[in-house]
Ligand binder design. Structure first.
Ligand code: NAP
Length: 525
């Protein structure tokens, strides 16, 4: 990629809008800003290039588990996907292409990790500080940080004394040669089931530490032929048709997840058949068969995971880990297993995506103090007490059944409409009302009550570790979310006019209380 590094380092700077993160959310937001004529914005990115999760995750076998014709921007179809489920390098390449094509590079500040955001009520703007201590300000902040960016490590006795190699799936060390090594993999989630089959042929021995067996379905993957690619290029309507079909197929799954979990029994039968087809050993079959309702945790898809576990050099270890020693893992049954490397497939801190001490809203309140019971936002986007701040992929926008890019595009439309209103009405700040946020979340939580995620008999990262609330998932059809975010519903917000503030400021020097405007812009509830 061409050098995207900022020319403006050092001096404190102001932008109308600051976007944090350059994955699907951040880039999508930036593209829509640009298309709406907004140029006074900056995109802060912690890494050395764009792509977000599709840049940092590069473990062997990393690929999307949603079909690529759907898992891509609706306005930027890619006829060149090589497979139905594109591998990570292609998705990263696609996002880099978007950044270049939509002329975002001059806006992007790489290697810039934002450490703090502080709302300044007097000036109605956000003070932003990065990890190097550079300061800037923005009237509006859009967070595209995503919930799956901070790796979670297990707390294991003696881990710090381990003398071998250790890394998390998200920080794969490609310089470490696994060939001929004894490897422990901890975790059997979405990432592990992708990299285990890739490393199994190389390693001398693999101990796979499984705490909870995942439900796995066959992966309907295949190459996209050159003829199909040519047809998609020549007749984009064909690819649009494929996208629509995939969307409808995935969307129908919400019936089982959310409306009638009994439907999941059918999916469970298919998954059991998958085990029986791919695993001959009855003991291994028992080990990999989950004991909770399918869908309670993310349903995984793979054609090569079970066959890898059945190989002679693999042991699926279900005894818990008691401690780690210099060169071995000791399990609860007292067995010592020698090991050269430990790979953590232990996921992310999804239920607490923003660390304490990062975001301070009105009155200096730490976002985490507003989120004692777990993250909560209005329409997954706005949080009371945190004006002019929008979260993309915020609380309860995650999906177990469809493409996140669809949710992201819905939120981007909502934020774009909010910004349009702010410009039109000359608003200095907007802030969601607490009562609107509460009502919205009560509805969401009551809807989540009967879903397989809440009553499926498992522990998952969808649920907040302290409150047990499902703070991650959207419990309904995704088109309903789109309906609700199609227009910015100003009735749910406090709007502060710049004009009112200017008048008051000339009279009294400064004012603190926002002034609520009457308006007639709202169209959705
Ligand atoms: P994950 O699904 O959360 O899986 C973590 C695994 O580590 C689980 O098997 C968990 O066991 C285990 N684990 C965690 N702490 C442990 C401990 N202390 N001791 C033993 N085992 C422990 O994490 P992930 O596989 O990285 O995936 C996270 C999410 O990323 C996915 O759900 C998905 O949304 C996303 N993802 C998507 C793709 C894609 O293709 N689109 C690919 C990879 C990841 P328990 O089940 O018992 O907790």
């Amino acid at each position: 990629m061409p050098n995207q590094q900022s020319q403006h380092r050092g001096a404190s700077s102001h932008h109308h809008i600051a976007i944090i993160g350059s994955g699907f959310s951040g880039l999508g937001m930036a593209i829509k800003l640009k298309q709406s004529g907004e140029n006074d914005f900056v995109v802060y990115e912690r890494e050395g290039g764009v792509g977000g999760t599709w840049r940092v995750n590069h473990y062997p076998g990393c690929a999307c588990d949603v079909q690529s014709h759907l898992y891509s921007f609706s306005f930027e179809p890619n006829p060149n996907w090589s497979r139905m489920f594109a591998p990570q390098p292609e998705i990263r390449g696609y996002l880099e292409h978007c950044a270049e094509k939509y002329d975002l590079l001059p806006h992007i500040r790489l290697n810039t990790e934002i450490r703090t955001l502080k709302w300044d009520d007097d000036q109605s703007l956000w003070h932003i500080e990065d990890a190097q201590g550079h300061k800037s300000t923005a009237t509006i902040v859009v967070s595209g940080m995503g919930g799956l960016s901070t790796p979670a490590y297990p707390k294991l006795k003696g881990l710090e004394t381990f003398k071998g190699e250790m890394f998390h799936s998200q920080q794969w060390n490609h310089d470490y040669d696994l060939k001929g090594k004894r490897v422990a993999v901890i975790g059997t989630g979405a990432s592990a089931i992708q990299f285990v089959p890739k490393i199994q042929p190389d390693v001398a021995h693999l101990d796979l530490y499984q705490r909870t067996a995942p439900w796995i379905m066959p992966k309907p993957d295949r190459e996209v032929s050159a003829t199909e690619q040519r047809l998609f290029k020549r007749f984009p309507v064909l690819q649009q048709g494929a996208r629509n079909l995939i969307y409808m197929m995935l969307e129908s799954r919400v019936l089982g997840f959310s409306i009638s979990p009994r439907i999941m029994k059918l999916a469970q039968r298919l998954a059991i058949r998958h085990i029986h087809k791919q695993v001959e050993d009855p003991a291994l079959r028992r080990t990999v068969t989950p004991d909770y309702t399918i869908g309670c945790k993310r349903i995984l898809i793979s054609n090569d995971y079970y066959p890898a576990l059945a190989k002679d050099n693999v042991d699926v270890v279900t005894a818990g880990i008691r401690e780690i020693r210099d060169h071995s893992v000791i399990t609860e049954d007292g067995t010592e297993r020698p090991v050269d490397a430990i790979i953590f497939g232990t996921g992310f801190q999804a239920a607490d995506p923003v660390p304490r001490g990062t975001v301070f809203g009105r009155g200096g309140t730490d976002l985490l103090d507003s989120w004692n019971e777990g993250p909560e936002a209005y329409k997954g986007t706005s949080v009371a007490g945190f004006p002019n701040l929008f979260f993309l992929m915020g609380p309860n926008t995650g999906l177990g059944h469809n493409s996140m890019v669809y949710m992201i595009e819905s939120q981007i439309a909502y934020v774009t409409d909010a910004l349009r209103l702010m410009r039109k009405k000359e608003l200095r700040s907007i802030e969601v009302r607490e009562d609107a946020q509460k009502r919205f979340n009560n509805r969401i939580q009551s809807k989540l009550g009967g879903t397989v995620w809440n009553i499926g008999g498992c522990q998952s990262w969808y649920l907040h570790p302290v409150s047990g609330k499902n703070v991650t998932l959207w419990p309904d059809f995704t088109w309903k979310f789109r309906q609700q975010t199609r227009h910015f519903d100003a009735d749910a917000y406090r709007l502060e006019s710049a004009r009112v503030r200017r008048t008051k400021t000339t009279k009294t020097r400064k004012t603190r209380k926002p002034v609520t405007l009457k308006h007639r812009e709202s169209t959705s509830a």
